[in-house]
Design a binder for this molecule. Structure first.
Ligand SMILES: N[C@@H](CCC(=O)N[C@@H](CS)C(=O)NCC(=O)O)C(=O)O
Length: 324
């Protein structure tokens, strides 16, 4: 039995859940409290989720890509990594690079979108059990939203999205990946594997970011993701997707005009998607330490992001990949 320590909506967690299901391994989910993580303190590995504890071998590991590699090496049935060494290394590099770029950027922009459009959902994500669910109730969730929003803004630096060129970096990365997938159907070789799970799972938060979900040149990528979700029995929508969509339908608009992005970049040549930078040995993360004093700085940053972040309203319409 594999114990999976998780936050239900985390896209890194979904990546490992998908791998466990694909490999048909028995597993049990353990929800952690995001603020204390006390459930997993007894394990010596990095305190991020996903974290697995394999009760058969007593191995505990965090970090989604090493987890998948461990599962594949320990339980070789239904392999996810290619056996051929060059392809195996290519898949591994894709996974680490996507973990270190797409996963982090999509998280930043997904939360940013929630903060801009419906910050009250944050308490449903982070505090469903705190005080018997008090902060998920009408009124109380509006009190919790700025506190959670300020904390998240500092922890993941949403207030620096523009300076860090997050939209630009993601667009430049995703356009060649979309072309690659259109051409080959898979990231590595000619069969579905761990690199594809990584891409499809880590792309999920961008389904609520109109700059990407409605991007004319990324529709084929989201349609590919949608098809995989269907074929592999993944959730069609996470709760935050349904909540933001319901709000958009109600009010008829969404925050989709990224004021400072004027011109889409040229479509990079096919093949440009392959990782060319120096090989990575582990995934990078961007989590910043936050304490109650730095939190004071977070509130103005949160309010600025929410109201003056430079991302304007546009009329709501569903993305082409979702409606077609
Ligand atoms: N590179 C890691 C990233 C994991 C990660 O950052 N997980 C987040 C949830 S999405 C987390 O544990 N956050 C805890 C925190 O912010 O304290 C992986 O691939 O598993």
């Amino acid at each position: 039995m594999i114990d999976l320590y998780k936050l239900q909506w985390s896209h890194y967690v979904e990546k490992v859940r998908w791998a466990l299901d694909f490999k048909q391994l028995p597993w049990r989910g353990i929800d952690i409290v995001a603020f204390t993580k006390k459930e997993m303190r007894r394990f010596a590995c990095a305190q991020t989720v996903p974290l697995i504890h394999d009760t058969a071998t007593d191995v505990a590991i965090s970090d989604s890509s090493p987890i998948i590699r461990y599962l594949d090496e320990t339980y070789p049935e239904h392999p996810l990594l290619p056996a051929e060494p060059a392809q195996r290394e290519a898949a591994w590099q894709w996974m680490l690079r996507l973990d270190s770029t797409l996963g982090l950027h999509a998280r930043r922009l997904g939360y940013t979108q929630l903060i801009m459009e419906c910050p009250q959902t944050l308490s449903a994500l982070f505090m469903p059990q705190v005080c018997g669910g008090l902060f998920t109730r009408r009124g109380w969730r509006s009190i919790a939203a700025p506190v959670l929003g300020a904390m998240l803004t500092l922890r993941f630096r949403f207030h620096r999205n523009r300076q860090d060129r997050v939209y630009e970096a993601l667009e430049a990365q995703l356009l060649p990946i979309a072309a690659h997938i259109e051409r080959d159907g898979f990231l590595v070789g000619d069969r579905f594997g761990a690199a594809d799970i990584t891409l499809a799972a880590l792309l999920r938060p961008l389904r609520i970011v109109p700059y990407f979900s409605h991007h004319p040149r990324l529709q084929s990528l989201f349609a590919w993701q949608q098809r995989l979700f269907r074929e592999h029995g993944r959730d069609a929508a996470f709760p935050y997707e349904s909540l933001i969509q319901a709000r958009r339908q109600r009010c008829g608009h969404m925050r989709g005009r990224v004021g400072w992005m004027r011109q889409a970049p040229e479509v990079p040549a096919l093949g440009a998607a392959e990782p060319v930078a120096a090989p990575l040995e582990r995934a990078n993360n961007d989590i910043q330490p936050v304490n109650r004093w730095t939190l004071l700085r977070g509130l103005p940053a949160y309010l600025k992001l929410r109201w003056f972040g430079g991302v304007g309203r546009v009329r709501y319409e569903p993305a082409a990949f979702a409606s077609g």
